[in-house]
Design a protein around this ligand. Sequence first.
Ligand code: ADP
Length: 390
Amino acid sequence: MKDRQGFSYQIYETYFQKAKEAYAAKRMTEAKKMYLNSAQSLLRSAKDTDGEMKEALIRRAEKIVRLADTIPEISFCEISELKNGSDIQITKSEPHMVSQENKEKEEGETNWKRSGSPGVYFDDIAGLQDVKESIRTRVILPRLHPEIYDHFRRKVEGGILLYGPPGTGKTMIAKAIATEIDAEFYSVRCSDIVGKYFGEAEKNIRRLFDTARKSKSSIIFFDEFEALAIKRGGHSTVMNRLVPELLSQMDGFCGTEENHLLILAATNRPWDIDSAFLRPPRLTQKIYVGLPDYEARHYLAEKAFLSVPCQVENISDLIAKATQGCNAADVAAVCGSIKDNAIRYAIENGQSGGMIRAEDVETALQNYHSSVQQSDLDQIRHWEKLQGNG
Ligand code: ADP
């Protein structure tokens, strides 16, 4: 019985991983299908448990179904690929000749991801208590209790820049905010904005802000913001036109008295951002999202091995101690490779289940690589000092 439950859980993880990969590659049809398959495997796994564990698995399955619901059957990227037989993600563009017919065909298409509540919750985010607290005061409470903020004449304006090393949860935080305040979530990267045709990038920016303004409550989240908010004066004519347009759209958006619109931006390289973006009324608050401490790494490992059959005592403690200095994504990857080792062993030995063994843990801990560079952390600290002095 226990083995079967473990096996369904492993199948769930395989589907879930595939769903995330398909989603990242914008293969929406496949992502949706894989998410639903993973939810089904979780429910199968729940059947063989009871009590709190059963409830936790069912809640997780429900979350995944809600997430799958927000994914469109087919993305604009897939449509475009079908139409042109090519990828439309163009990061560099200069004016070029284009037939009116093709231009009209592609106008109106947008690449940014829009979703209702993204289904990520603050409880899903390990550690970062200070960050969560500051976001609750700065973003959530003013939206939940506007009358009290009015009463004390406390205005909370401007957007937020989340900065820090990669893989620490900046994107998760942005999604959790959208879930918490039930906002439409527009997730945007530079490649979603920069198009093929002359003037298209500025038009896309205007279209994005116009669409977001129409929602009852909305968040525009710029991921890898440094690529879009690049310092002016470079050689790219596209970026030299786009940056002023973005600044002026942000002024209109952030300077508004209404608090149903919010701009969030994330970056690993804040020093590359044009400083005009960091001045009021634009991204007035800068929040550092740092590496997970021991408790956060322990929590991540504990969650990863919840209901996984395991022979190793204190597995979460072992992982948390061994991954000091890693980001949360690295810890998740270590947990994944421990499971991969166990799965490989089970398949090679003709088992339909099995347990996590000490060897699986040892091999994974010997072979992992931290993706955090000390030089990146130093550069961030240096930039913070300049901000403080400036
Ligand atoms: P960032 O935006 O800072 O580069 P992400 O939020 O995209 O990082 O995180 C990448 C993945 O790493 C997430 O999907 C999640 O699996 C894991 N992760 C990162 N930070 C955390 C965290 N604080 N808590 C839980 N999981 C995390």
